[in-house]
Ligand binder design. Structure first.
Ligand code: GLP
Length: 251
């Protein structure tokens, strides 16, 4: 796995955005896997800035978000749909027919997870997946557990994950839904390229476990060590507990 360490969170986000822009230049009809979370906000800001400068064109691109909270409608400000409109979709030339998120108001979850997985496979699967990491090691909402789901599924969130999403509910974690729909670990890892973006000191310990610890379902992000084309883009704080050799990547 390639590990890039940048001085600041802003530079890490900009580096991830440039990587996406280069990939779209090579392959304009790329299928992108997209994350939510606070870490991704500067990444989307950087992508929007590149778009405004004419450096990136989303016209032919397709996007699939990794996950959505369950029990919220698209227009609910807590939804990942709303987050994506706020931070990316309203600002770039993505075709709305080619942006996809699980339907948080579906109700029939068996049907919804099958629908999402089918649309993704009809699009040819993910070309480039940008992912974040929860402080508990989750990716998407694949929560630490004795076993992981390979495909898109309905999942009960751990309290830590509800707290981490409280920023979407004016800081009140009890207002964060108890369940979500998430791509499975296999769906994510089938992406041709996986880019993990992590910033800030609060991620240092889980980043070290994910990138250098044993591969285990107890740290779902550790599975990306087995991916043939995974890149971790970190700031110095998030890289703070990696081995010295990795940290020397600082630029
Ligand atoms: C949520 C998302 C994850 C994301 C995580 C990181 O829980 N479901 O896909 O990786 O947030 O969040 P943050 O960047 O806010 O730490």
């Amino acid at each position: 796995m390639r590990v890039e360490v940048l001085q600041t969170a802003g530079r890490a986000a900009a580096s991830a955005a440039r990587l996406v822009a280069r990939a779209l230049e090579r392959e304009p009809s790329l299928v992108l896997g997209l994350p939510t979370g606070r870490t991704a906000i500067p990444f989307y800001e950087a992508l929007v800035a590149l778009y405004r400068r004419g450096v990136v064109d989303f016209r032919r691109a397709t996007t699939f978000n990794l996950d959505e909270l369950a029990g919220v409608k698209d227009d609910d400000p807590r939804s990942y749909h709303a987050y994506m409109r706020r931070h990316l979709f309203d600002h770039v030339n993505l075709n709305p027919r080619r942006t996809h998120l699980p339907d948080g108001a579906a109700g029939d979850w068996t049907r919804e997870v099958a629908r999402y997985e089918r649309h993704l496979s009809e699009a040819g699967g993910l070309g480039l997946a940008v992912i974040g990491i929860g402080r508990n090691g989750h990716i998407g909402f694949n929560e630490p557990s004795a076993r992981l789901e390979a495909r898109t599924h309905y999942v009960k969130l751990q309290p830590a994950s509800r707290r981490a999403n409280a920023y979407l509910a004016r800081g009140d974690w009890r207002e964060v839904p108890t369940h979500a729909v998430s791509m499975g670990i296999g769906t994510i890892l089938q992406a041709r390229t996986v880019v993990l973006l992590a910033t800030g000191a609060s991620k240092a310990s889980i980043v070290a476990r994910a990138l250098e610890g044993p591969i285990t379902t107890r740290v779902p992000a550790s599975l990306i060590q087995a991916h043939p084309a995974a890149i971790a883009i970190l700031d110095r704080e998030a890289a703070g507990r990696l081995s010295a050799a990795r940290r020397r990547g600082a630029t």
